[in-house]
Ligand binder design. Structure first.
Ligand SMILES: [Zn+2]
Length: 116
């Protein structure tokens, strides 16, 4: 891997910031489960009449979609951080070539190079 330690450090900090942001958002709409990195969407009790029930379901559905997207992001971030620890960060999972630094700077959790 051609990344120097300064660049790795910079990208790691970005990933950690991103991780905090995603976790914060997840905690707003979901509760962490015993599984590491897994969350379950909150189902809030707004009220008991029909309109309230409809908004509850609507809110739950929106949150569920958001939660799924955030969990996916979090998983990618955790994987990227693990790769930094095992010195396999920055290599494309598809073709095995180095991912460009520009791409990593724009998207530090990238798993594949721009061609893949
Ligand atoms: Zn590739």
């Amino acid at each position: 891997m051609s990344l120097d330690s300064k660049t790795i450090q910079e990208l790691k900090e970005k990933l950690l910031q991103e991780k905090m942001r995603v976790e914060e958002e997840l905690n707003r709409i979901a509760k962490p489960t015993t599984n590491n990195g897994d969350f379950s969407t909150n189902f809030s009790e707004i009220g008991t009449d029909e309109d309230d029930n409809a908004s509850e379901v609507e809110e739950y559905t929106d949150n569920l979609a958001l939660e799924t997207a955030l969990e996916k992001q979090l998983k990618e971030i955790l994987e990227a951080l693990e790769k930094i620890e095992t010195n396999s960060y920055g290599t494309c999972e598809d073709c095995g070539k180095d991912i460009s630094i520009d791409r990593l700077r724009a998207y530090p959790a990238a798993k594949t190079c721009i061609n893949c």
